[in-house]
Design a protein around this ligand. Structure first.
Ligand code: SAM
Ligand code: SF4
Length: 342
């Protein structure tokens, strides 16, 4: 290199005030959904007007900026990501970062209703693992929980994903008196079909009608009950998320627990969440946010967007303070999980 030439500097990594390295972006690509799960949405949700929603090209631009600044894992979620029109064009565009090696993982969290249609294409775009939310294997209960969902359609989607070569992790929200008698059956089913599973504590997000205290089931209880039937071996495995895993000796599959309420997982948080309107939430359980839609639409130059990303990461809070007890029955944050993306 000739004297005096400065090598192109790679951008500063995204490091927050608590020295956490931000390498994981979750993107809610739509607030809409074809289900109305009782813990997530009310039946008569009002959705955002179209003008407020980032186009697929704009979403690609923000995701690409994050990848340029060091994000290694992207998860598309929602609402239901696979009901957004032409969503595969976004997966295809983002797949270029997997192909170039800039991104380690491109993945999706879905309710599975559209998987039969899209599984092969997801695999072609570089997706290798997906999360599918299934809270029960009882079809009447499934319709009661999701209000509009059909279990057979989802199980068909999961089978298609497996056939396409995608690893499927099942996510189940623990709901007191609803599916707490079913985890044994679900663990056995996951063992038979080769799926890992994660059980999630219900979080106080958004006004959904029924009282949260009625739904809340601490996972410490669930785990103690499961340990009576299964051999749960502690595991160091980390998926890059907040779940703590055990291996179920009898099935050989992993079982994760996400416990925002009984055990706070914020100290290792490596992620931020973008909504479909271009708002970045630096913490799932806090209100502070940063708007990227204005810098995106103001200019084709990415410099203002990069600056907005650095400024937001510099404000990432230490953690959330979710509580559900008799004095805290309402939502800890007013927005629904489908807005921020679970
Ligand atoms: N529609 C997709 C799905 O259901 O997988 C993606 C979005 S959904 C908001 C993502 C995850 O958040 C799902 O596993 C869902 O069960 C979970 N979820 C939604 N509301 C929740 C809440 N209040 N507490 C805990 N988990 C919740
Ligand atoms: Fe839709 Fe997922 Fe929320 Fe259920 S959990 S209503 S599938 S966004």
């Amino acid at each position: 290199m000739p004297l005096g030439t400065v090598p192109a500097a790679s951008p500063q990594p995204l490091i927050d005030p608590y020295r956490r390295h931000i390498t994981y972006l979750r993107v809610s690509v739509t607030d809409r959904c074809d289900f109305r799960c009782v813990y997530c949405m009310s039946e008569d949700m009002t959705f955002l007007p179209k003008a407020e929603i980032l186009s697929l090209e704009e979403l690609d631009r923000v995701c690409t900026a994050f990848v340029r600044l060091g994000v290694r894992k992207l998860r598309l979620t929602g609402g239901e990501p696979l009901v957004r029109r032409n969503i595969m064009s976004l997966f295809r565009a983002l797949g270029r970062h997997i192909a170039s090696g800039a991104l380690d993982e491109l993945t999706v969290t879905t309710n599975g209703s559209q998987l039969a249609r899209y599984a092969d294409e997801l695999r072609d775009c570089g997706v290798r693992r997906i999360n599918v939310s299934v809270d029960t294997l009882d079809s009447a209960k499934f319709t009661a929980i999701t209000r509009w969902g059909k279990l057979d359609q989802v199980l068909g989607g999961i089978a298609a994903a497996k056939a396409a070569g995608l690893a499927v992790k099942i996510n189940a929200v623990a709901l007191k008196g609803v599916n707490d008698d079913e985890f044994d059956r679900m663990i056995a089913w996951c063992g038979e079909h080769g799926h890992d599973m994660t059980i999630i504590e219900v979080m106080p997000m958004g006004d959904i009608g029924p009282d949260r205290l009625d739904q809340y089931l601490p996972l410490s209880l669930v785990r103690a009950r499961l340990a009576e039937r299964w051999t749960l071996e502690d595991s160091d495995y980390r998926s890059g998320g907040p779940a703590r895993y055990v291996t179920v000796k009898e099935t050989g599959r992993r079982l994760g627990f996400i416990t925002p309420l009984t055990h706070n997982f914020c100290e290792l948080c490596n992620r931020v969440r973008l909504t479909c309107t271009g708002t970045l939430y630096m913490c799932l359980g806090q209100e502070d946010s940063a708007d990227f839609r204005a810098p995106l639409r103001a200019s084709d130059d990415d410099a203002p967007l990069d600056a907005a990303i650095y400024a937001a990461i510099a404000r990432k809070p230490k953690g959330h303070d979710f509580i559900i007890d008799r004095r805290h029955r309402g939502p800890a944050v007013p927005r629904h999980m489908s807005v921020t993306g679970g």
